[in-house]
Design a protein around this ligand. Structure first.
Ligand SMILES: [Zn+2]
Length: 74
């Protein structure tokens, strides 16, 4: 069974920067957070936000919900 690399199956949303895992079942690929189809596999800087109200990074990136996010999405 051919498998993609462990990080190759993670995509990031260009709108809200959420990182989510993609399997063949999710196609067409949509962001599970905002529903956008504007997503990219070219992202860097994984951060996990537990409490956006106390995270300076979350406030800087405009993140309001806990989750996994990319710092940069190209
Ligand atoms: Zn999104």
């Amino acid at each position: 069974m051919p498998r993609r690399g462990p990080l190759a199956s993670f995509m990031a949303c260009r709108k809200c920067k959420t990182i989510f895992q993609v399997t063949e079942k999710n196609e067409p690929i949509r962001c599970p957070n905002c529903g956008s189809t504007d997503i990219s596999d070219d992202w860097s800087g994984l951060i996990i936000i537990f409490d956006p109200s106390t995270s300076i990074i979350a406030q800087r990136l405009g993140i309001t919900k806990p989750g996994r996010y990319a710092i940069k999405v190209r």
